[in-house]
Design a protein around this ligand. Sequence first.
Ligand code: ATP
Length: 458
Amino acid sequence: MSYNLDQLNAYCKRYGFIYQGSEIYGGLANTWDYGPLGASLKNNIKKLWWEEFVSKNPLNVGLDSSILLNPKTWEATGHVSGFKDPLMDCKQCKSRHRADNLISQATKNQVDADGWDYQQMYDYIIENKIKCPVCGGFDYTPIREFNLMFKTHQGVTTESINDIYLRPETAQGIFLNFKNVQRTSRKKVPFGIGQIGKSFRNEITPGNYIFRTREFEQMEMEFFCKPGTELEWFAYWKKFALAFLKKAGLKEESVKLYDHPKEKLSFYSNATTDILYNYPWGFDELWGIASRTDYDLRRHQEYSGEKLEYLDPDTNESYLPYVIEPALGVERLLLAILIDNLEEETLSDGETRTLLRISRALAPIKITVLPLVKKYQGDKAEEVYNQLLEDFEVTYDDTGNIGRRYRRADAIGTPYCVTIDEQTLQDDTVTIRERDTMEQVRVSLDNLNEFLRIELKK
Ligand code: ATP
């Protein structure tokens, strides 16, 4: 059985992965809070990305730039004038829609209105009598432009001179720091700068659980290379991204590539590919990978007056590097990982168990320590728990019968259960049960941490 979004939501709430945001006040639409397991899973995803793209990657370095940037940044990039969606209201039920989405949904993605002007979209909707997906009505307002950036004020006055934006992407903080990072890290082009952080977009149609929200986290990299080499690097990072998703535990068949056709590319891009994941509503964007030419650096150079060119020490040439940008949402990957790895397994005795077959690196909890009978082995189990706490994310569980405790560990993806029983008190050995095979081995306490360290790397 594969989970639909409602079942997944119930699962995440029950086990403490994800809760509705501001729940005790009736919630705040499309906000989600990550509970103990969700927070841990999110951190593990970010850690894996950071290792693969930054700390263990000889090509790249890392950055943590501000959410609030000088507002000129967004004029330079075109976000102030151009980061807009076509908004249309249904007059009958007052629901809001993105005109381009109305078209793609009604035509089951056969017609892609991306790049059309608003009149074209409006005419298509009217001529083809596309009905409101919420109420079935056919009575729309004209299309209005809606800027997706969250605006706020800096300082004590609310005059428009102090208008400032929450960043809609982490990428621009990287471009603003290109020179700083290059100089201080002494990196030579080609090299990349990776960053993880919150971004904000006032989306018209958030939804599909945590897929599209107004506050979300991105893991982005800008990879700077010599003009003319960008398409090779584009191919390189696409392959790298697919290998990363495999490491993160996504099945090959759950993922596919969508190459944007040449005529649909953003004017600054000479290649763009989306990695799509097969979400419960169909394939949709998980990861965007774009070859952005020197657009961002050139615009920031123009608007700031600062020279952002790179001087190649080997050839003495000066140039603005071209850029490849793989941009991935933390929550979209988290959602894909849960969907891909959560299953109801029927066992040989006919019973079923909920099993999260998540990779060991991402499992929110690595080990659970269980005394078989609390009254007799509780003290020893606490000792073992403390021994393991030194090295691992580990929990202690002594409530309910042992079978139920194993099931709970399986359901949240804990790779190993360590059970303390009568024999432990006599010979200092414990039973280790593996999640997927449910096979058990006996290991001595002296050797326990080392044994698990090796197993968890597998
Ligand atoms: P979409 O077409 O789904 O709106 P996009 O093409 O605007 O996405 P990008 O600007 O390429 O997205 O952002 C890079 C990545 O950031 C996306 O692939 C996605 O993983 C994530 N992302 C973007 N917008 C959101 C959002 N509103 N909620 C959650 N994640 C998001």
